[in-house]
Design a protein. Structure first.
Length: 124
C-alpha cells in the first residue's frame, strides 16, 4: 500500500509574487517559481503555492460574506517575537483575538487568516 502525504497547500490570491515572497520569508523557504499565475515556495517537506484567481476577493472573516477560505496554524515558541516578524513582512493583526495567550490571529498580504500558536498547543 502506498503512503499518502501532504505535498502542497495552495492559496488563492490576486498577485502571486508578493504572497509567495511573504510566505517564503516567514517560513524560511525559497521561492522556486514565480509567474503572473503562480508562485511556488519550497519548504522542507511541503510546497506552498500562491495561485492567481481572477476577481479574487479577500476573506472578510470573522464577519462578512466571504469566508476565510483557508486557515494555517504555525507552531512557534514566542508569540511576541513571531508576531513582530510576521508584521514586519506584511501581515496584519486581526481585530478579533479569541485566545491571545495561546495563539494570535493575523492576516497574510492576501487577507488569509493564519494563527501563530504556541508549541504547547500541538501534540508531541
Amino acid at each position: 500500500m502506498s503512503e499518502i502525504r501532504l505535498g502542497a497547500v495552495s492559496l488563492d490570491c490576486a498577485d502571486p509574487a508578493p504572497l509567495s515572497a511573504f510566505w517564503a520569508e516567514l517560513l524560511g523557504g525559497e521561492v522556486i517559481v514565480t509567474t503572473d499565475e503562480i508562485g511556488v515556495v519550497k519548504l522542507d517537506h511541503l510546497l506552498l503555492t500562491a495561485m492567481r484567481v481572477e476577481n479574487y476577493v479577500a476573506p472578510t472573516w470573522p464577519a462578512g460574506s466571504v469566508p476565510k477560505q483557508v486557515h494555517v496554524d504555525l507552531e512557534i515558541d514566542d508569540l511576541a517575537h513571531a508576531e513582530r516578524r510576521a508584521v514586519s513582512l506584511g501581515a496584519v493583526r486581526a481585530p478579533t483575538q479569541p485566545d491571545p495567550e495561546s495563539h494570535l490571529v493575523l492576516f497574510d498580504p492576501a487577507g488569509h487568516p493564519f494563527c501563530l500558536s504556541l508549541s504547547a498547543n500541538f501534540p508531541k
